[in-house]
Write a protein that binds this ligand. Structure first.
Ligand code: ME8
Length: 689
């Protein structure tokens, strides 16, 4: 039975839910929805991390007892991500809190199993601890104190001096797992994604692992160590176990409660842990080592940890003063939850660092939602009303031609591309594939020109029906494809198409609703052209929205100096030596044009090169060989507008003539290029200057 168990990190309750938390949770929810649509038996888990020194101190600062503090704080996370309906339309199947008895019991049991197997022993800890990270540091990893300062070295993430800790402690024999972890990573190359993170972890483990202090005696807010009441457990031993405790304990089915009648063990091992890059090592080193120590075989370990990058806000590090402008609730109120979800999924190649920019959100909203998907719906339904008002069905069979074949092909490519991308945890590529279809459909309406066929009277009638039925069918496909990312937009699309909302419940196997067949006839008696789903945001409205959110007022925080490898801050590109100055006349010698990609295919034996046919407004399209194949699936480029250097001297690449160049930004990593595109659709051939 196909199953899919996906988790987010459990969030610390000393903070309020912010855009970073929303990011991981929305991606998890979108992937969970995709699997539900496919008919898989899905379970999605999120929750709150409520123990540890950091939380104890936060409660104290508020003058509250820790339990009362975490109850209130967890409730805010539940309202944001779990209770229905919530601001971002996320629907986890469970919300785990680490203060719940069901969690505590499983953590203590896991501890005992590690201890009985000889992997936990008692000793004395002496070292450096950062409360912000709830992590131990070696001298080498810290930032030295400024010369002349009386303070000690600082945490590279929190920039605050670490504390010296000397106390009795239990240790986890992490050093014993170095070889086994490396062998596990070798045998399961997909365990850590993306590849660059896998390499990072492997080098770290190869350099040697030290035993880990896993209990503390200097504070009390934690899970008690069994038979050692003075000790509370290290918060990461406690927190990581949530992924298991929420399911009960598969190693002890007799002690395992049930979920809807089925043993909880049904979802283990976990298919996908989604985490930010800040908590990479905890999930890829400690977590499998704890499980191995407790007797889990390799095939009982989690299948994949996908590590995503860091979001900045309008180019700034996320900070308390900026957060109010990007509170998930406020954004959803202003733009709608679906739009926020779309933007989070679309803007950043999942895995890379990226920026959340309000201006870019509005630009994408207008170009991709209003002008592309919204426009396709409005014009198609408008044409149906205008040209075939009272027809109860439209049949494409008689009037079908090569344009319909091509669009059906594009729909199949989009479905295959989006499905593969969702499976590969690349939601941005899934969206690319889906929007390639929406663009192709708009182009199809332009090219097939049903209004011109209608003018031919009887002679054009079959073509009119074929064009309208085919456009409606593509919209039906789109309503299915967008559901994981934008569930209520899907409902609205379907309501206007006269179709029932999709339902794909969790926790049981269902039919595969993505197994679409391309129907030749469309029932039109229930079509209901409604108000536009995505009304355009003009400059005035944008100004209003920004004022409402306080976007312009958010004062940029000064950049903290970046040192050390483990920085939580995003990398900002150092501007390389600027190129030599040119005059304006020299610049105008560059002929930059807006073009549209008509077709794209991989160049055999190259993973980097794509052969594109690009329409730049000339009588025939141009062949351009572009080195962007690691960043884009060919089908995702079809229909995209690009900026072309049109007067570049032709060159041969792998034996293929290339006439021009497609502009893209980035490119010092694997697959992180972004196309340079006009923010709104432009007429093909428009000069860029
Ligand atoms: O680390 N960009 O909790 P946490 C992208 N309790 N993602 C971000 C982000 C940003 N700027 N800020 C936060 C903890 N996140 C532990 C986890 S798991 C057993 C215990 C997201 O509240 C991202 O997923 O600090 C990151 O890993 C997580 O929030 C950290 O949340």
């Amino acid at each position: 039975m196909p199953r899919f168990y996906v988790t987010t990190p459990i969030y610390y309750v000393n903070d309020v839910p912010h855009l970073g938390h929303a990011y991981t949770t929305v991606v998890a929810d979108t992937l969970a929805r995709f699997h539900r649509l496919r008919g898989d038996d899905v379970r999605m888990l999120t929750g709150t991390d409520e123990h540890g020194q950091k939380i104890e101190e936060a409660a104290e600062a508020k003058g509250m007892a820790p339990k009362a503090f975490v109850d209130a704080a967890s409730e805010v996370f539940q309202r944001t991500f779990a209770k229905k309906p919530n601001e971002l339309l996320t629907e986890p199947d469970d919300f785990i809190r680490t203060t719940e008895p069901r969690h505590v019991a499983v953590v203590q049991d896991l501890w005992l199993r590690c201890q009985r197997a000889g992997f936990i022993y008692e000793g004395q800890y002496e070292g450096l601890y950062c409360v912000g990270c709830e992590a131990y540091y070696t001298e080498k990893e810290l930032e030295p104190a400024p010369p002349g300062s009386s303070e000690g070295p600082s945490c590279p993430i929190h920039k605050k001096p670490v504390s010296k800790v000397r106390e009795p402690s239990f240790f986890f024999r992490l050093s014993a797992f170095q070889d086994r972890l490396l062998a596990f990573y070798e045998r399961h190359p997909g365990f850590i994604s993306p590849e660059s993170r896998r390499n990072e972890v492997m080098s770290f483990v190869k350099a040697g692992l030290q035993d880990l202090s896993v209990s503390r005696t200097s504070f009390a807010w934690g899970i008690p160590v069994p038979d050692a009441p003075k000790h509370v457990m290290y918060v990461w031993f406690d927190a990581l176990t949530n992924y298991l405790s929420a399911l009960g304990d598969p190693k002890r089915p007799e002690a395992t409660p049930t979920l809807g009648g089925a043993p909880l063990a049904r979802y283990w091992p976990c298919d996908l842990h989604l985490v930010g890059k800040d908590i990479l090592r905890f999930h890829t080193i400690y977590w499998p080592a704890f499980l191995m120590a407790a007797g889990f075989a390799d095939e009982q370990l989690p299948k994949k940890v996908f590590v995503h990058g860091w979001l900045t806000i309008n180019g700034q590090k996320m900070s308390k003063s900026l957060r109010n402008t990007v509170e998930p609730r406020k954004l959803a109120e202003v733009f709608g939850a679906d739009v926020v979800r779309y933007y989070l999924l679309r803007e950043v190649a999942f895995g890379q660092d990226g920026d959340f920019s309000h201006a870019q959100l509005v630009a994408r909203y207008n170009a991709e939602l209003a002008d592309t998907l919204g426009n396709l719906l409005n014009r198609t339904l408008g044409l149906c009303t205008k040209l075939r008002k009272d027809a109860p069905t439209l049949d494409a069979t008689a009037g079908r031609g090569p344009l319909e074949d091509k669009l059906e092909e594009a729909a199949k490519l989009a479905l295959a591309g989006a499905s593969a991308a969702f499976e590969e945890v690349a939601p941005h590529r899934a969206i690319d594939s889906i929007w390639a279809l929406a663009r192709a459909a708009n182009k199809y309406v332009d090219e097939s020109a049903p209004w011109a066929e209608a003018k031919k009277g009887e002679a054009g009638a079959a073509r009119v029906d074929a064009i309208l039925a085919t456009s409606l069918e593509v919209l039906r496909w789109l309503s299915v494809l967008v559901w994981p990312a934008m569930p209520t937009v899907s409902d609205k699309l379907r309501a206007q198409l006269g179709l029932p909302a999709l339902e794909a419940p969790s926790g049981r196997e269902g039919t595969d609703q993505t197994a679409l067949s391309f129907a030749r006839a469309f029932a039109t008696d229930k079509l209901a052209l409604g108000t536009p789903i995505f009304p355009k945001i003009d400059a005035e409205r944008q100004e209003q929205i920004f004022a409402e959110l306080g976007v312009a007022k958010a004062a940029p925080e000064p950049e903290a100096p970046k040192k050390g490898a483990a920085s939580k801050e995003p990398k900002k590109k150092e501007m390389a030596e600027p190129a030599a100055e040119i005059t304006f006349d020299e610049f105008t010698r560059l002929d930059l044009r807006v073009g549209t990609v008509l077709s794209a295919e991989r160049v055999p034996k190259s993973d980097k090169l794509l052969k594109l046919m690009v329409d730049v407004g000339e009588p025939a399209p141009r062949q351009i060989v572009a080195g962007i194949g690691k960043s884009f699936a060919p089908e995702a480029l079809v229909g995209q507008q690009v900026t072309v250097v049109a007067n570049l001297k032709p060159a041969k690449l792998m034996g293929l003539e290339s006439r021009g160049m497609v502009l893209a930004a980035g490119g010092d990593g694997e697959g992180d290029l972004a196309l340079v595109q006009p923010a709104r659709g432009r007429v093909i051939g428009t000069r860029v200057k």
